[in-house]
Design a protein around this ligand. Structure first.
Ligand code: SAM
Ligand code: SF4
Length: 377
């Protein structure tokens, strides 16, 4: 038997019917490094990138309806039985951390605060140890609704950091953009997160042409006053299909030009590494702080990407923009009786075939068929 044939043996994942009625689909790429080799103890790909940052979508549901993310109504939710239960999600996180080199776990969605037992999932994650004996870093990306009440308890349960989405400080515009009049809940969430020590508290703002552009200076001043780190994100083609046009995007360059009229900006000295945001030191009179600019469309950071994504229904996505038929359902393999080692090898295979880039800025780019809320932003 050749080594390559031997490498297929541990999988033994012949198609079987699962509770969800799907067949596990899984092929070992021919050039995948052998199980047990150093490369299969990490999530590497053919271009030499290593995924260390796991994004877990805990639910596709949400209590807001941001115009750039979800339609007002008519989005079909993933049925509960198709989503990972707590035990399944914790098992996959454990495999990622203990067997595959994951060092940071970020919980997202949909709205992750809507997930019952978020505290237990956090505690179960925090007690894991990487092969270097470290506990993984934990983070949450949230719209902040209800976080003011929970921030201290979540920090106690093992949450290290939080990113709160806030695209404007104007109450009316916030209500229009999110279709809910809840901006005061978000302000309270930011204060409570800072008080709970979830530092640095980061604010995510999607920059939308002709919509929130005019309020970005006020938003920046608000962040400077509170001590939160504001990150501007170029809008990506992930929401309702008629909402994005390459031609009328506000690019990172446009944004910097705009901010320089009001603030002193100097590039931060430390290298960006695999972080998506380019950091800038910002000064406004006596106030100093940091902002980040995430140019996902005009300056993609795919070459440095260190992410792997687990969808609400238990599929591995090696890229936010991967096609749905490129997902690998670990849920189906798990429910068909796969062992931890089999799941780890399947996960490694899904990452091995990651494409070099997302290609959003190419004319022929096709928007993913799944909404961001189901993939996990
Ligand atoms: N509900 C949580 C929240 O809003 O933070 C977590 C999920 S949300 C999908 C994650 C992040 O994706 C948010 O910061 C949101 O602003 C961002 N986002 C959603 N749609 C986007 C788009 N089309 N382009 C860029 N960012 C987007
Ligand atoms: Fe919900 Fe977040 Fe999407 Fe807004 S961006 S609709 S808060 S999932």
């Amino acid at each position: 038997m050749t080594d390559r044939e031997a490498s297929r043996i541990p999988l033994r994942l012949t198609p079987v019917r699962t509770q969800a009625g799907n067949k596990p689909r899984y092929e070992v790429p021919d050039d995948l490094p052998l199980p047990g080799s150093d490369s299969t103890r990490k999530l590497v790909d053919r271009f030499g990138r290593t995924a260390r940052d796991l994004r877990v979508s805990l639910t596709d549901r949400c209590n807001l309806r941001c115009t750039y993310c979800m339609p007002e109504e008519g989005l079909e939710w993933i049925p509960t039985e198709a989503t990972l239960n707590d035990e399944e999600v914790i098992r996959l996180i454990r495999i990622g951390v203990e067997k595959l080199g994951i060092r940071q776990v970020r919980f997202t969605g949909g709205e992750p605060l809507l997930r019952k037992n978020l505290g237990q999932i956090l505690s179960a994650t925090k007690i894991l140890r990487t092969d270097e004996g470290l506990s993984p870093q934990t983070a949450l990306t949230t719209n902040g609704l209800g976080l003011a009440r929970q921030a201290a308890a979540l920090a106690e349960a093992g949450l290290d950091r939080v990113n709160i989405s806030l695209d404007t400080v104007d109450r009316e515009l916030y209500a229009t953009l999110t279709r809910r009049d809840r901006i005061h809940d978000v302000f309270a969430a930011i204060d409570a997160s800072i008080a709970a020590g979830l530092a640095p508290v980061k604010l995510n703002a999607v920059v939308m042409p002709g919509i929130n552009e005019d309020g970005l200076v006020d938003l920046t001043r608000y962040a400077l006053r509170t001590g939160a780190q504001l990150r501007f994100i170029e809008q990506m083609p992930l929401g309702p299909r008629d909402q994005w046009g390459r031609a009328d995007m506000v690019t990172a360059e446009d944004l910097l030009r705009m901010l320089r009229f009001e603030f002193d900006l100097t590039p931060a000295s430390e290298p960006r590494g695999s972080a998506p945001a380019a950091l800038w030191n910002i000064t406004d009179g006596s106030l100093h702080g940091r902002i980040g600019i995430i140019a996902s469309v005009t300056h993609p950071f795919c070459g440095d990407c260190d992410r792997t994504r687990l969808t609400t229904d238990g599929a591995i996505r090696n890229c936010l923009f991967a096609a749905q038929d490129a997902e690998l359902s670990l849920r189906d393999l798990m429910r068909a009786g796969a062992t931890d080692d089999e799941l780890a090898t399947a996960w490694a295979s899904a990452m091995w075939v990651k494409k070099p880039g997302h290609g959003i800025d190419d004319e022929g780019f096709l928007q993913p068929d799944r909404p961001m809320s189901a993939i996990g932003g």
